[in-house]
Design a protein around this ligand. Structure first.
Ligand code: PLP
Length: 412
């Protein structure tokens, strides 16, 4: 088992040149797509060391995205549970309301460098789709977003936003009609157009180099948060946590803390419970397998076909997880835990009432873990990646839970 002391050279060593984090990652592609991904990798390796690219990305982050986003101390929420202090990294304040724009602007800049004309992606909650549509508008590129019909109904405001930004939203009607099927369809779309398009996968997963690229683009979250937290308190947090769907906001938050004496926790959705089809906790209940061109921990049946998944959070219901998370769990550096729909919704309403912040349901999973931690620890601090805002969720939440009085007993 590794500790933080073993992570000084980690970023130089992982992933290896074939995109492996230990036994996870790699690239499993139909032969016709191999050159397309090699082209992306070559271009990325060139620009990630280019001062011009980095300074342009920094300018975009500052002037267009509104970065740095703040770290915020939840004094009122913390008081409800005792003396452990809860802090939020406010990615909900990143332009478009979630962390997803961090990698989309990087991928848009890469597409421009490569002379591509179109960005293609899938979306679950719609946040990645909105972020990519935004990047496409910014760089003057076309944009196709594949989205399951179930998520289209659930995340309607984001569908309208994508269309207003000029993207084409393509409904996906096979299988469970959610995130996994949207990825299938986006891959098919990319196969038809890879010469002119780039596939901007929505999380830190997919074939190499996407887990690496998305991690690099998202790592701004953790590096900012680490500096900000130290400036605010003179210390590092005791724990850092983030929700894990595919793993982009989590890996972005974790990277800066890997070689620090800080506990790191990824939070997966337990949904309605432990039965197959009721959750999307790939680390807890999954096994090693291949999906969408990479090898990682997956929820799969004995034939290796993905199992049905569910979470109240559309952005978390994917039957796999990014390969770097699978590695960090296996080597013991990061712990992964689960949070149910109900716990996430309690956290959602508590944050609304105590701090005046409506969080995304995805992010509410990480917050629920922090609340659990604060109940169990009467001192110290926990820093949560508040990966997005909940405006996209309010119609759905209101229909299901009203205004949430049933969840705010802790305040009485
Ligand atoms: C606000 C928010 N947080 C988290 C996620 C989960 O994705 P990831 O695990 O890649 O951060 C999503 C996905 O749509 C999201 O919209």
């Amino acid at each position: 088992m590794k500790t933080y002391k073993d992570f000084d050279n980690y970023l130089k060593e992982f992933p290896d040149k074939n995109g492996y984090f230990g036994q996870y990652g790699g690239s499993f592609l139909p032969p016709e797509l191999v050159p397309a991904f090699e082209e992306i990798n070559d271009a990325y390796q060139e620009i990630c060391h280019s001062a011009q690219f980095i300074s342009e990305l920094r300018r975009i982050r500052r002037e267009f995205q509104g970065r740095p986003t703040p770290v915020y101390h939840c004094a009122r929420l913390s008081r409800v549970f005792g003396k452990c202090q809860i802090y939020l990294k406010r990615e909900d304040l990143n332009h478009t309301g979630a962390h997803k724009l961090n990698h989309c602007m990087g991928e848009g800049l890469l597409a421009q460098f490569m002379g591509k004309k179109k960005l293609i992606a899938e979306t679950g909650a719609g946040q990645h789709g909105v972020a990519l549509a935004t990047a496409a508008a910014y760089f003057g590129l076309d944009c196709d977003i594949y989205m399951g019909e179930v998520d289209i109904a659930k995340q309607h405001p984001n569908v309208i936003r994508m269309q207003m930004l000029g993207a084409k939203v393509i409904p996906v009607s096979h299988g469970l009609k959610t995130l996994k099927e949207a990825v299938d369809a986006a891959f098919d779309g990319y196969m038809r157009e890879y010469k002119d398009a780039i596939y901007c996968i929505g999380s830190a997963l997919g074939p190499h180099p996407f887990p690496l690229m998305v991690r690099d683009f998202q790592s701004v979250v953790g590096y900012e948060a680490r500096d900000q937290f130290q400036q605010m308190t003179g210390l590092l947090p005791d724990v850092v946590c983030a929700a894990v769907g595919g793993g982009s906001n989590a890996i972005g938050m974790f990277e800066a803390f890997l070689s620090d004496p800080v506990d790191i926790v990824g939070v997966e959705p337990l949904g309605r419970g432990e039965n197959v089809g009721d959750h999307a906790a790939s680390m807890k209940f999954g096994s090693k397998g291949i999906l969408h061109g990479f090898e990682s921990m997956l929820l799969q049946d004995e034939q290796g076909d993905p199992l049905p998944v569910y979470s109240i959070a559309s952005g978390l219901d994917y039957p796999g997880v990014g390969p770097e998370h699978a590695y960090l769990r296996e080597c013991g550096r990061v712990t992964y835990d689960v949070v149910s729909d109900e716990e996430a919704m309690e956290a959602f309403f508590l944050l609304c009432r105590t701090e005046g912040i409506i969080p995304a349901i995805e992010s509410s999973h990480a917050l629920a873990y922090a609340i659990r931690y604060a109940k169990e620890h009467q001192n110290g601090s926990i820093l949560v990646n508040l990966s997005g805002r909940g405006d996209k969720d309010i119609d759905y939440v209101y229909e299901k839970y009203g205004t949430g009085e049933q969840f705010t007993d802790a305040l009485n």
